[in-house]
Design a protein around this ligand. Sequence first.
Ligand code: TXA
Ligand code: MG
Length: 325
Amino acid sequence: MTTARVLRVDSERPDAEKIEAAAAVLRGGGTVAFPTETVYGVGADARSGAAVERIFAAKGRPPDNPLIVHVESPAAAQLVAADFTPLAHELAARWWPGPLTLVVAANPDLPRVTTGGLATVAVRVPAHPVALALLRVAGVPVAAPSANRSGRPSPTTAQHVLDDLAGQVDLVLDGGACRLGLESTVVDARGGVPVVLREGAVTREELGVPDDNGAATASAASPGTRYRHYQPRCEVVLVAAGSGVAHATDLAADGRKVGFVGFSHAPPPVTTIDVVRDADHLGERLYGALRDAESSGVDVVVIESVPEVGIGRAVMDRLRRAAGS
Ligand code: TXA
Ligand code: MG
């Protein structure tokens, strides 16, 4: 397998030459992995079916799972939409650049592979200087899913991207660790109120839709939520807060190699992978911790739950999928 070209960039003031090199790859129909404030994405020109196909091949992604189109501004978002609703304008003004993805009617000129054959498109303006510089200089809308192999934990560092996709992407921009560590919230913005299709970094409370306004049917509307996801190469066991050390110790007594992620240290022979303060901190650390657990060689990692309010909803959504429950 060939190694991907990696360019290290300053996350606050990215080097213009390196951004231009990455933009040239995108304009030429290639793929570039880049940091956003949520997770790393692997991008290609959203208007080119052939370029976007390369992303699906690199990830092993099911073809009916559409991609998020990343743009530099609300004005650029309108160009990939057929109908940018008043609600979409309102949410864009409030949240962009930021971790909110809006689903709106798609510009019919977008290739089928970008939209997964749907009549809608998901679009966002990321809040990361490297991503924004790349989008501005490339001058094309960039379709970009998370830069992991399909089914694996999302990548929050360039090393995670290389661990999954080295040799599968043309270029990796290394801008350090992602600040939020959880993906954007995906909302359907076609109606009068936002309908949450995927929980994420912007909370329901912040959106003013704390109740489950349609999420029960959202799994059909957001194809990605149907698939196996976020799973490391070790078993994940989700337990109540406060009971993790006891669970982990019991599993270790059965002769298994056990890792622990929770609100305290676990004594040997359990390997403490990460000690977290609260749901935000767990959200930030989650994908890195899942990957650290597998590379530490444990058979099973025990993770303590957080309450399902605020960011805790997104954290628990990811943890349940990681645990395959
Ligand atoms: O934070 C993020 O959103 C990251 C960064 C790179 O921007 N991207 C990301 O992309 O998480 P991905 O492909 O891993 O997840 C996109 C989600 C999937 O669940 C997909 O099914 C959903 O968005 N989606 C994309 N287009 C959609 C559409 N037209 N309607 C409903 N859901 C859509
Ligand atoms: Mg993903």
